[in-house]
Design a protein around this ligand. Sequence first.
Ligand SMILES: [Zn+2]
Length: 428
Amino acid sequence: MTIGYRMRHDESTNREVGRTVIATQLGQQPADLTDVRATNLAVVLGYVRGHAPCSRADIAAATGLNKATVSSLVGELIGRRLLRETGQTERRIGRPATMIVLDGSPYAAIGLSLGPDELHLLAVDLSGQQLLSWHRAVRGGAPSSVLAAVAAQVKRAQTRVHDEGRTVLGVTVGLPGLVDAAGAVRVAANLGWRDVAVRDMLRRTLGDPAYPVVVENDANLAVLAERRYGPYAGVQNLVYLTGGPGIAAGIIAGGQLIRGGLGYAGEIGHVPVDPAGPECACGRRGCLDACASVGALLRRLGRSPGDDRSPGDDLAPDVDDVIRRARTQEPAVLAALRDVGRHLGHAASLLANILNPEVVILGGHYVRLAPWLLPAAQAELADRALAPDTGGLRLVASALGTDAAAAGAAAHVLDSVDTGQLPLAASS
Ligand SMILES: [Zn+2]
């Protein structure tokens, strides 16, 4: 894992005092008056996350909350072991002030991304320090057996963090497909799944745990990771394109994750880009997925699905092979990479014309292929985007590598704490 897990301050968690709406990363939710204290606790936590070490007086001055309220809120957060006092004091006129920092060491957030060939589990503490990072091959098969393998990894991680005296804050699982509000997968073409009650099955297998279990589209989680970590952290209009067996978009517009009416937004992989193109896993012809996904690139260059490899195999060795052949200037490989780049530029132009994003990030296996993809992609984007200078859009490769979805899954658990769903005091 190459990314640093130090949290950055996220402006979207910095709410104005006295607002009756909690702006969360997943949209706006009405809050009744009983939530005001939870909101204020989250405001204090969010401020300390961005500005630690800081004093109670700093928190009061920045948030507009009065000093007695801040003292009470800080006391509660210390009681829940989310904050702690340091020995440091700040020299000021009058009494020295005790400094406050994030604690959160008694907690662990577990994030997991599941693909057709691999699962990746990450655990981080509340300050974002990485505790565990496991990659496991997945053998495919029926959803029940794949989810049993997922649950086994979660249980193993839970045992590990419990043994270290930590409480699990939550588990978020990302996968490539349409995920509804109940955490069920409606369609996941590249997993071959349809109507699978993923969250219910996982909860049951995990023995109905006290912590929340959330299932989310992996592109949505990857874009949350990009918004939280790395060079595009804090960008308010950001799109992430997954570079795996299929292609989907995670979209943040105006600082908010765009999920759409039922949670199905971002399936750019099934936008037609070439009427004469290859048949797609969805049954249609010429989808972006069939023309420009990493899976499609590998098929074009000689890997046929289910032919030379079992479904449990990783794409990485084949991507290595493509890179080796590109470096030797093999004409068929260079032409295939140019075509994929051109289709990605076309996709970026659709995003530019509809959403005017500041950054479109090529993720997953596209990252290592980017030196060959980006020139054609940028030329196509410039040709097709209506706005001058592509509306300010930068088309770039991710700095988070292939781990963005798992990092985003763990970040999703931390986001829920930052937006007011505080854990009970750590019991162990
Ligand atoms: Zn399709």
